[in-house]
Design a protein around this ligand. Structure first.
Ligand SMILES: [Zn+2]
Length: 446
């Protein structure tokens, strides 16, 4: 089924049927895993990569062709931190609209968080999400809950959820407050070789806070969330990971102190990976201006010093992954006074443009490193078995137009929600096309 919207085309695919041959012609092919960075053609057939070639073999002369001249062709980008709100809040987002937004943002796969209503805390709910995502334009990998109902009291059946297809566990949205429960979760997840994704927040300290605690929150008269609310739990979870030998992934790192803690833990061999989000790279607390609720998220925007440390962490690979923390909300939850507004911003359709604009085009991150942070690392952490263009690999690819200049206009988003922190921002670069299993599921310029 083809669904047209403005100048873009989305396909809804039956991925179980072999995709017809497809050739991406003349792009700059960037594949850090195979150390490829040159202008070439990428040939795909039956859902797999045939090869990165200088001459297209004669037998593919009649294949569907996409002209990638002037663009980058890279292994499909993966956003490992999104909230798709289904089941329960389909007024904010659905698996169908969220995966269209993902494809339009260049993501061939997303990992969705379990804080739905009800929470994804048992096998049947994991299966439900996977089944709902089957024909969507982006692949969907559910993350299961650590505790039943995300209530922090009783472990969810982690083994059964992993068996059903969960790629990680988290209580994202809140920390697991009880250290003994977190320790048990780490020990369990270790036996299934999955990461525990840590939302690090000591709510005894952050409680009733709405933005970063500092000079600017004082000026606005808004109760703050200090950096230490995040860092105390980052430190705890790093110690627990070190003690148990389990694998942890620190979600949405926002402070200089968290970056330092992760860097030190990695240096002494702790099994940790970390992520940050585009808004912590591009914005600071002062951008909240006069109580802009579309810049309210958790953890909150921090200071310029924190932002610089986060950028340095992404550049030196202390922070392995950039993920959006796409968190859709309806206007009724944002068009209210600052203290009453919901935490969270959407990001699937702006992530790539923000990272290109604020890091790659400023010389802070190479194009290869961008592919590592947005494709190779999330693939590795979640064990998806993709993120490279070797012959036989799955034909999940993103075509990046690094030069296109555009202005963020939420009305044009494919997401159901509009709560972006980047409205009106001028960006350079976006996804020109998204290919999943050899199907061109999104093509911007049709
Ligand atoms: Zn979170």
């Amino acid at each position: 089924m083809v669904r047209k919207r403005e100048n873009a085309v989305f396909l809804t695919c039956d991925y179980s049927r072999p995709a017809p041959p497809l050739v991406l012609k003349g792009g700059r092919v960037i594949d850090p895993v195979n150390d490829i960075d040159r202008v070439a053609h990428v040939v795909c057939a039956e859902g797999s990569i045939v090869g990165v070639v200088d001459e297209v073999p004669a037998r593919f002369a009649d294949a569907q062709t996409i002209d990638a001249t002037g663009k980058w062709v890279v292994p499909g980008l993966v956003d490992m931190h999104v909230h798709l709100r289904e089941p329960g809040r389909e007024d904010k987002e659905t698996i169908a609209t969220g995966t269209r937004a993902a494809a339009a943002g260049g993501f061939t796969a997303v990992a969705c968080m379990p804080n739905t209503q009800p929470a994804l805390d048992e096998e049947s709910k994991i299966r439900y999400v996977i089944q709902r995502g089957e024909h969507c334009p982006s692949r969907i990998y559910p993350v299961g809950a650590i505790t039943k109902g995300l209530e922090g009291e009783e472990l969810a059946p982690i083994g059964e959820m992993v068996h059903a297809g969960a790629r990680a566990v988290t209580d994202d949205g809140r920390s697991v407050a009880r250290t003994n429960i977190m320790r048990n979760a780490l020990n369990y997840s270790k036996s299934f070789n999955i990461p525990v994704i840590c939302h690090c927040e000591d709510t005894a300290i952050s409680w009733k806070g709405h933005m970063n605690e500092g000079v600017f929150s004082t000026r606005l008269g808004v109760r703050g969330i200090p950096t230490i609310a995040e860092e105390i739990v980052v430190a705890r979870d790093l110690l627990l990971a070190e003690y148990t030998g389990a694998r942890i992934h620190i979600a949405h790192v926002s402070t200089a102190g968290s970056v330092r803690l992760v860097r030190e833990a990695k240096a002494r061999g702790v099994n940790v990976t970390a992520e940050t989000c585009p808004h912590y790279i591009a914005l600071i607390d002062e951008d909240i201006g006069m109580y802009d609720t579309d810049k309210k998220m958790n953890p909150p925007l921090r200071t310029d010093r924190d932002r610089a440390a986060v950028i340095a962490g992404v550049a030196d690979n202390t922070i392995d992954v950039v993920a959006s923390d796409h968190a859709p909300h309806v206007p009724e939850e944002k068009d209210v006074e600052f203290e009453a507004a919901a935490f969270g911003v959407i990001g699937l359709e702006t992530s790539l443009g923000v990272i290109l604009t604020f890091m790659v085009h400023r010389g802070l991150l190479s194009p290869q490193q961008l592919v590592e942070r947005m494709s190779v690392a999330p693939n590795r952490i979640l064990g998806l078995g993709r993120g490279s263009l070797s012959p036989g690999d799955c034909a999940d690819l993103t075509i990046i137009d690094p030069k296109a200049r555009w202005t963020v206009d939420a009305r044009r988003f494919h997401s159901k929600s509009r709560n972006t922190a980047f409205e009106g921002m001028k960006l350079q670069g976006y996804a020109g096309g998204t290919i999943v299993g050899g199907y061109a599921v999104f093509n911007r310029n049709v």
